[in-house]
Ligand binder design. Sequence first.
Ligand SMILES: Cc1cc2nc3c(=O)[nH]c(=O)nc-3n(C[C@H](O)[C@H](O)[C@H](O)COP(=O)(O)OP(=O)(O)OC[C@H]3O[C@@H](n4cnc5c(N)ncnc54)[C@H](O)[C@@H]3O)c2cc1C
Length: 230
Amino acid sequence: MTNSWQEATVVSVNDQTPDFRSIILKPKKFYDFKSGNFVELALRPAQGKLPRTYKCYSVVSTPQEIGGIEVGVKLYKDGALSPKLFKFKKNNKLLMRGPLGAYFVWELSKRDTVLIAGGSGICPMISILRQYNPGLAKMYLLFSTKQGSVYYEDELNRLCSEKNINYVLIQTGKNGRVNKKIIHGRFGNLIGTDTDFFVAGPTGFVQDVSLWLRELGVEEGSLKTDDFET
Ligand SMILES: Cc1cc2nc3c(=O)[nH]c(=O)nc-3n(C[C@H](O)[C@H](O)[C@H](O)COP(=O)(O)OP(=O)(O)OC[C@H]3O[C@@H](n4cnc5c(N)ncnc54)[C@H](O)[C@@H]3O)c2cc1C
């Protein structure tokens, strides 16, 4: 891992929905990382200056994907950085730092895993699902997102079917919001077993879900949260 800024080139962009695109970036130097890590991205500042605005983006790709570092970006039309990232094209350059992050990290193991993602919180989960080996342990995914904003929809359906992942999609506007009863109903029987819980997404979502999990008896050591601060 590194804390220094380096130049990265856009290899490709893929507009998945009107408010979400994935971007593959090729940094000058690749560093080791784990699923759950994030990179910081910034526009290139004037020569000799440090970037003023930079934001974190979870790595979607896996360490085995050597063609580039993939990130997924949700568009905030009035945001400082994401609208600019939506203008990027192949071969454009920006600055990247990382991968970073030591806490929200998933590694192959024999422990079962529950992933609970809100909106763009699906990004680090895709990296985990790509790496997951169904021969080792069980995997559960709950993805809550707005109707029409099912990011990585085709890949999710394919991975969950191929790897026998227990997947539920909750689209607010169609199925309502996630609540404690839903979390208890789907995962209550896993609490107290060898299961790790990963929660990622906007602040309110992460706060609510992690509070419910703690109230239901999930121990601190089994709960990892990634608060996107949005
Ligand atoms: C560890 C981590 C991982 C992350 N991973 C991802 C990821 O994989 N994908 C992803 O899309 N995002 C991710 N994020 C979020 C990302 O870093 C940015 O916060 C997000 O892209 C918004 O940045 P922005 O500059 O476009 O918008 P911002 O300028 O941050 O604005 C976001 C929203 O807040 C509002 N806002 C900002 N400032 C104010 C203010 N002063 N008063 C009122 N409203 C305000 C804006 O109007 C806008 O609606 C992650 C964040 C963290 C911390």
